[in-house]
Design a binder for this molecule. Structure first.
Ligand code: GLU
Length: 280
């Protein structure tokens, strides 16, 4: 139990620090995740290997980080001008609405409910909801097997909502703040499975220290189109980010980023989706 409590406590401390830091950062960058000091503030996950990860040495890595870095460069910001802001699933809309970030690239699925609050450039990636179980557990092979089992997912995610509403309404769902906390709960036997996008789950399964511990079930329980979240109504930024994403696919950088970050076995990524026009 203690190994679960610890990261949650750290997250709580981080949330308090964030709340205190907000007014300062808004002043420092003049709002808009903005660029008065020549910097751009970009939101991503900090705990998702292969997608958005803050490494022990402070550097950032992952596919979302590479996409965001490319987009930033196209917007005129070199990598050393990027300030990364941790953006947990449940906080993404608020971070955008409050101008705490310029944009968010954080396994952020485009959907109508979120579109009421923010706009999405892209899409730039397609994932599918899947399950991660302990390697020695052969009892879970499909979504219905989750009924009457314990399942972990993340507050504010489409994954948690899908399970409760459609996939396994009788599962007991433990909702935590981040997927890395679910991995600990799964490993410790507090839950029988965790669920979110296959790309995220594959990253944990392949993480150093985790190899051989978990099994990606290999289901396609939903289609998740990742978009770049921006402030509602910012047509100019929307068009610029779409142009950057198209260029990233055309010049081969998208493929290179996919190869670099999703090299692990057991996960077949989809081809690059078509970027839609800014007005749609
Ligand atoms: N892509 C899904 C979502 O946006 C699940 C992953 C996440 O929570 O970031 O909710």
């Amino acid at each position: 139990m203690s190994s679960v409590r610890k990261p949650m406590r750290i997250r709580l401390a981080a949330a308090v620090a964030l709340a205190v830091a907000v007014p300062l950062s808004v002043v420092a960058c003049g709002g808009g995740g903005g660029s008065d000091d020549g910097k751009i503030v970009i939101g991503t996950k900090f705990d998702q290997p292969g997608l958005g990860l803050k490494n022990p040495d402070g550097t950032m890595s992952g596919f979302d980080v590479d996409v965001a870095t490319y987009v930033a460069k196209e917007l005129g910001f070199a990598p050393d001008k990027i300030e990364w802001k941790e953006s947990p699933s449940a906080q993404r809309e608020t971070l955008i609405q409050n101008d705490q970030v310029k944009f968010i690239a954080a396994t952020y699925s485009i959907n109508d409910k979120r579109r009421e609050k923010v706009d999405f450039a892209g899409p730039y990636f397609t994932a599918h909801q899947d399950l991660l179980v302990r390697a020695d557990d052969a009892t879970i092979t499909k979504a219905e097997d989750l009924n009457n089992k314990k399942l972990c997912s993340v507050t504010g995610s489409t994954s948690a909502q899908n399970v409760k509403e459609k996939l396994a309404p009788k599962a007991s769902v433990l909702e935590l703040d981040g997927y890395s906390e679910c991995v600990v709960a799964l490993q410790d036997g507090l839950v029988d499975a965790m669920t979110t996008d296959n790309a995220i789950l594959a990253g944990y399964a392949a993480q150093k220290g985790n190899t051989g511990k978990f099994r990606l079930v290999g289901l396609s329980l939903s289609s998740e189109s990742y978009g770049i979240g921006i402030k509602k109504g910012n047509q100019d930024l929307h068009a610029k980010i779409n142009a950057a994403l198209k260029k990233m696919v055309q010049d081969g950088s998208w493929d290179a980023a996919v190869k670099k970050n999703f090299g692990q076995a057991n996960f077949k990524h989809e081809p690059a989706p078509q970027v839609t026009s800014a007005s749609s």
